[in-house]
Design a protein around this ligand. Structure first.
Ligand SMILES: Nc1ncnc2c1ncn2[C@@H]1O[C@H](COP(=O)(O)OP(=O)(O)OP(=O)(O)O)[C@@H](O)[C@H]1O
Length: 234
């Protein structure tokens, strides 16, 4: 009777198995394996240089690993031609970096509208949706500002809106609060966690900050290019 309490095992949305990646002579990943489930927020922590960003780049299909595999929704990323991979990145993945990397010449509104226009939405429709998303992230009054005219926290929340506006299945966030003070960081994380949970978006969150990792459902640690689970056995 009691066995019904266990959740049935579900296929991960995204899974890396045995990833290896070298940058020149530096072996950044040495057989790293990790799984991300639908709607889950997973924190990847670890010391500087342990391979966190390299892992994110491999999982997001930005960098091809030297060995190992990345499976997303049943697709082996290493088997996809570059054109299909970049299409997948555009439709299913959103990315946020430490410094939001908004286009400096465009207003916040146009930055958020851009991925929608790339996906085929007309300009007026894209700008309207972008405005709604900026409002969700509490930057509605600043839509006409360029990134350089915004505070770091505002720009980062606009970057989150840009990453989420197309309804991705996975958001990759690499130290999204790394350049912010703690209050602005909290606002960014609250907005990210709330929106991801509402939309059922999975988030791979790279951080070295325990307060940021606390927003996640689960945490794994990278050490010298391999993943160690943080589940502690008593
Ligand atoms: N493009 C590159 N060229 C050369 N070496 C690189 C490159 N990118 C990363 N590395 C090296 O690979 C190792 C892993 O780097 P990575 O950025 O993945 O680690 P990280 O855990 O994200 O570090 P940090 O927390 O400092 O950002 C480091 O030793 C780094 O110096």
């Amino acid at each position: 009777m009691s066995e019904g309490d266990d959740q049935p095992p579900t296929e991960p949305l995204l899974a890396a198995r045995g990833l290896a990646k070298a940058h020149g002579r530096t072996q950044a990943l040495r057989g790293a394996s990790v799984e991300l489930h639908t709607g889950e927020i997973l924190a990847v922590t670890g010391a500087s240089g342990s391979g966190k960003s390299t892992l994110l780049h491999c999982l997001a299909g930005i960098v091809r690993p030297d060995a190992g595999s990345v499976t997303y929704a049943g697709l082996r990323l290493e088997e996809l031609p570059e054109k299909r991979l970049s299409e997948l990145r555009r439709t299913d993945f959103g990315v946020v970096f430490q410094f939001g990397q908004l286009v400096p010449e465009l207003t916040a509104l146009d930055n958020v509208a851009l991925p929608l226009m790339l996906a085929g939405t007309d300009r007026a429709g894209a700008r309207e949706r972008a405005g709604e998303w900026l409002e969700r992230f509490g930057v509605h009054g600043q839509g006409d500002l360029r990134p350089g005219e915004m505070s770091g926290g505002q720009a980062q929340r606009a970057a989150l809106a840009r990453a989420l506006v197309t309804g991705p299945k996975v958001v990759f966030a690499d130290e999204p609060t790394g350049a912010l003070d703690s209050l602005a960081g909290e606002q960014v994380m609250t907005a990210l966690a709330h929106t991801a949970r509402e939309a059922g978006t999975a988030v791979l969150l790279i951080t070295h900050d325990a307060q940021v990792a606390a927003y996640a459902d689960r945490e794994v640690q990278l050490r010298d290019g391999t993943v160690t689970s943080l589940e502690v056995s008593a």
